[in-house]
Design a protein around this ligand. Structure first.
Ligand code: ATP
Ligand code: MG
Length: 355
């Protein structure tokens, strides 16, 4: 293993990445890329838990997310991109971990419940859907990271991951249950107890002004949006305010955007003061100002994305993914070998052939 501590985090290929991803997780990934050995996962198997009937969409989105990542500054020379379905060790570890997590514990996860609601899955969700929660523990633990940069909604998924890591270490590596979380590896455990790291904005609200911004809810500003599209989407953000001299609520959805994207504290304070007094300041004006700041944030992303546009860009992405899959499998296989030894499943050595 490299000297640096590891990071694992990732995205589900159910659409393109948006500003919620940026403030919730992507921004942290870019900031930490030099200090950590980074594994970034595309959870394409998990995309099938809700979209088994849309394989083409999942494939398209897998390639698009890599383009989004590169656009953001997640440099493929400095990190490893992981395609979940190409790492057999993840699926294998999912099984072993599933045995260590009580069924009712998995089903109690509040994020699973709200996803069922948000995505309108009702009672007809697949058996695989709640399995993704166990799978996510394996996604993380197979790379033995110390840090997992995620949005707030994902913290509820990290908790069972921490629980199952402790349990595995105690059961199969004979670590004393009283051990402090950060001492598990020193005490002979295989898995560090990973910590979630929430981004600068824990939960960015969508342009519907109600739900969290999400690819599945049609309320997102995408990293690929043009200035015109950004202005239009923000223009539709409802604040309930009627006139320029009506005192406004600086905790409304619009001001969440003001604080998230105008990175000039004095200007933010000025806007907050004028708005709360109703001092001749219109919502439309503020929306354009926010849109300009977002556009400036996206400008360098457009430039980094340009060489990856179109079919030729797809080919470049596939080349990167093939090379990275080898590195990711090497890391995952090392963990599987050690995990199986600890479990008394050391019946021989294997090596994966990936072409
Ligand atoms: P889906 O609608 O398919 O669930 P999503 O938009 O919620 O998609 P995910 O792939 O589930 O995106 O999330 C990827 C990462 O981005 C996670 O760490 C998640 O917490 C974070 N994230 C997603 N949306 C937001 C948001 N609105 N604010 C902050 N973080 C977010
Ligand atoms: Mg989500």
């Amino acid at each position: 293993m490299s000297e640096k501590p590891r990071i694992l985090t990732g995205d589900t290929p159910t659409g393109q990445l948006h500003l919620g991803h940026w403030v919730g997780s992507l921004e942290n990934r870019v900031a930490l890329i030099d200090d950590y050995e980074c594994f970034f996962l595309i959870a394409n198997m998990h995309a099938f838990t809700t979209r088994a009937d849309q394989p083409e969409g999942i494939r398209r989105s897998t390639l698009d997310i890599v383009k989004d990542w590169i656009a953001c500054g997640m440099d493929p020379e400095k990190s490893t991109f992981v395609v979940q379905t190409e790492i057999p060790g993840i699926a294998e570890l999912t099984w072993y971990l599933a045995m260590l997590l009580p069924f009712n514990r998995v089903m109690r996860n509040p994020t699973l419940k709200s996803e069922l609601e948000d995505k309108g899955l009702g009672d007809n969700y697949s058996f695989g859907f709640p399995m993704y929660s166990v799978g996510q523990c394996a996604d993380i633990l197979v790379f033995r990271p110390e840090l997992v940069p995620v949005g707030e909604d994902q913290l509820a998924h990290i908790e069972p991951c921490r629980e199952v890591a402790r349990r595995f270490n105690q059961l199969y590596c004979k670590v004393d249950p009283h051990t402090e979380d950060d001492e598990y590896v020193k005490a002979g455990g295989l898995f560090p107890i990973p910590e979630g790291k929430v981004g600068r904005v824990a939960r960015l609200i969508g342009t519907d002004g109600k739900h969290k911004m999400s690819k599945s809810l049609n309320n997102a500003i995408f990293l690929t949006d043009t200035f015109k599209q950004i202005k239009k989407k923000l223009g539709g953000l409802y604040t309930g305010r009627q006139t320029m001299d009506e005192p406004g609520d600086i905790n409304n959805a619009l001001f969440q955007y003001v604080r998230a994207f105008i990175r000039d504290e004095e200007r933010v304070k000025e806007l907050e003061e004028a708005y709360s007094k109703g001092d001749n300041i219109g919502d439309g004006h503020i929306k354009v100002e926010v849109a300009e700041h977002i556009d400036r944030l996206l400008e360098p992303m457009r430039a980094r994305r340009a060489p990856y546009e179109g079919e030729q860009g797809d080919a470049k992405v596939l080349e990167i993914l093939r090379e990275h899959t080898r590195k990711a499998n090497a890391a995952a296989e090392e963990t599987l070998q050690l995990a199986k030894e600890a479990m008394g499943l050391d019946f021989g050595k294997r090596s994966l052939l990936f072409e």
